[in-house]
Design a protein around this ligand. Structure first.
Ligand SMILES: [Ca+2]
Ligand SMILES: [Ca+2]
Ligand SMILES: [Ca+2]
Length: 431
């Protein structure tokens, strides 16, 4: 019996081994939060294709925060422990998700850093654009402008689109604020117009698209209606507690006329919608909506099956996993955070994708793998990739094949323990 047990156990571990990546190593970093990968256009070699960028922030008023970076991180996988991140930008206040600005926007390498959140002294946010084409990033604040309302809005994510069709790519973003004493929140989706002059010195005009729909994460998504593909925006509502889609009926895909822009709520009633991604999860050729619900107790992750017509059809909900709890002890803490579908081997994308997910205030990070390749099977196995225990916050994960061997690396930031863990689905290195 004992022998059989050991056999079963080791077989189980072997299967598990393919589903979970192995830890390559960890490096020290000051309070790392949201991570992202910057993809360079013309890398000299495959190991220089990506740079890891991440936000770093402290809940101390008047102490300024930073965006840190590990340039060409693929070169350093052989000695992860020796990595020392550099400063990309400083003088920020509670930076959220730093992200790559598409090269076409400014014809140079640049990073966008929205910032601010519900932290005393750090709730007055903005969006900073950072020119990283030189050695030291050059920063410009595109929200705080003379004559623009000085309300304490905070910003999380942006989408780049030429809203008014003038050839200059603009920003669509969401913002939110909360009254200190009443707790009343306001949210707004708005666009920031790329100016005609130098975008790093000229003001970006702000105009409202919608109020009380979304205020935190916004993501791009392609969806179809009547055989036409729309470049839509999906907005999980953390404060508004609904998941919505925005689209424009303008045939040139302009978003500047309010008469053209529509939105529809496709799911509600589950709680705080945290992050969302539109991707074909069951390999049937139709996009699905993957999303998380952040909660102090019993957070969850879901997929919505998309109807043929996203404007009028019914989205069918499937629960992948629930029972996620906050263990940080912080007020407002929740689990899970952001999630993303990915392929463990970028050269084999014929199967259903895996999902990576941050446990946020749970102190954990997870991989979810499909139980079968059947198109009507929405069941997933939950694997814990990282568990740092009570009182720990894990930031947003990111993934790409950063060293060019085809196998995906995953980066998980431990905010509280001040480390970034690097995992890989590639063969484990010897010695
Ligand atoms: Ca424009
Ligand atoms: Ca599908
Ligand atoms: Ca790799």
């Amino acid at each position: 019996m004992v022998v059989t047990w050991i056999l079963v156990l080791s077989l189980g571990l072997a299967v598990q081994g393919q589903k979970l990546p192995h830890l390559v190593g960890s490096f020290a970093a000051d309070t790392p939060g949201f991570t992202n990968l910057y993809e360079h256009r013309f890398p000299k070699n495959p190991k220089e294709k990506y740079s890891l960028i991440f936000s770093s922030f402290l809940p101390v008023p008047f102490v300024s925060d930073q965006i840190l970076a590990v340039k060409h991180i693929g070169k350093f996988l052989g000695n992860v422990g020796a990595i020392k991140p550099g400063v990309l930008a400083d003088d920020l206040t509670w930076p959220r998700e730093p992200s790559q600005i598409p090269y076409e926007v400014f014809e140079k390498e640049a990073v966008c850093s929205p910032y601010g959140f519900l932290v005393p002294g750090k709730n007055d946010g903005s969006i900073e654009i950072i020119d990283v084409s030189g050695d030291k990033g050059k920063q410009y604040d595109i929200v705080r402008q003379p004559g623009v309302s000085a309300k304490d809005w905070f910003f999380h994510t942006v989408v780049w689109k030429d809203v008014n069709g003038d050839g200059r790519i603009d920003i669509i973003t969401a913002r939110a604020r909360q009254e200190l004493f009443t707790g009343i929140t306001e949210t707004e989706v708005l666009w920031l117009e790329h100016p005609t002059g130098n975008p790093f010195t000229q003001p970006w005009k702000q105009r409202s698209i919608a109020k009380d729909v979304a205020g935190v994460f916004i993501r791009e998504a392609q969806l179809t209606s009547n055989f036409r593909t729309y470049n839509t925006i999906i907005t999980p509502g953390y404060f508004t507690q609904k998941l919505s889609i925005f689209w424009t009926e303008n045939i040139q895909e302009r978003w500047d006329s309010p008469a053209d822009v529509n939105h529809r709520t496709i799911d509600e009633g589950l709680g705080k919608y945290f992050d969302a991604q539109v991707v074909d999860m069951n390999n049937d050729g139709k996009p699905d909506v993957l999303f998380t619900i952040n909660a102090a107790e019993n957070g969850s992750i879901w997929i919505l099956e998309t109807p043929d017509d996203f404007k009028t059809g019914t989205f069918i909900r499937h629960k992948l996993a629930d029972g996620f709890d906050s263990r940080s002890g912080l007020m407002g803490g929740g689990n899970p955070g952001s999630m993303k579908a990915f392929y463990p081997n970028e050269r084999d994308t014929s199967k259903k994708p895996y999902i990576m997910m941050s446990g946020d205030d749970g102190g954990t990070a997870y991989i979810l793998t499909p139980k079968s390749e059947r198109k009507d099977d929405w069941e997933y196995e939950l694997h814990t990739m990282l568990d740092e225990g009570e009182g720990v916050i894990i930031g947003k994960l990111s993934a790409a094949d950063v060293d060019g061997d085809g196998y995906t690396e995953i980066f998980a930031s431990s905010y509280t323990n001040e480390k970034v863990h690097v995992y890989s689905y590639g063969p484990a290195r010897k010695g």
